[in-house]
Design a protein around this ligand. Sequence first.
Ligand SMILES: [Fe+2]
Ligand SMILES: [Fe+2]
Length: 135
Amino acid sequence: MRSAEKLLEEHRQIERELDELEHAMNEDEDLNISHISHIFNQLHNLWNSHEEKEEEFFKQLSDNGANLPFSRFLFEHQELKGHKKVVHDAINSGSHLKIKVALDTDGRMLINKLRRHIEDEEELISNNYYEINVR
Ligand SMILES: [Fe+2]
Ligand SMILES: [Fe+2]
């Protein structure tokens, strides 16, 4: 099982990519597409491996009797994946306009929702310290 520390460390990495992405989106009227696509790919890779391990982690925690909204987290993972796909497809289309629109809508929603999602998960991890560290 992934340790809680490892999950938290991955959250910090994901947050760094979100900050970078946000910065790159706000920097300039003319988007630097290759830079944005580079950041987005890093985010995508970090995320995919994180999400898989995290779902296992929460599943085990809930099997150990922790009180956690497991299905809500799974639902949010799907929701976030939807926003991520819109941005991913736009970047793959190569169209500057499509990329700009996708970043301004789904990209911003993704950044905000993912930050909140991480906060909620961490609150839950600290509220279940006993199940994680003592059992
Ligand atoms: Fe998550
Ligand atoms: Fe997470």
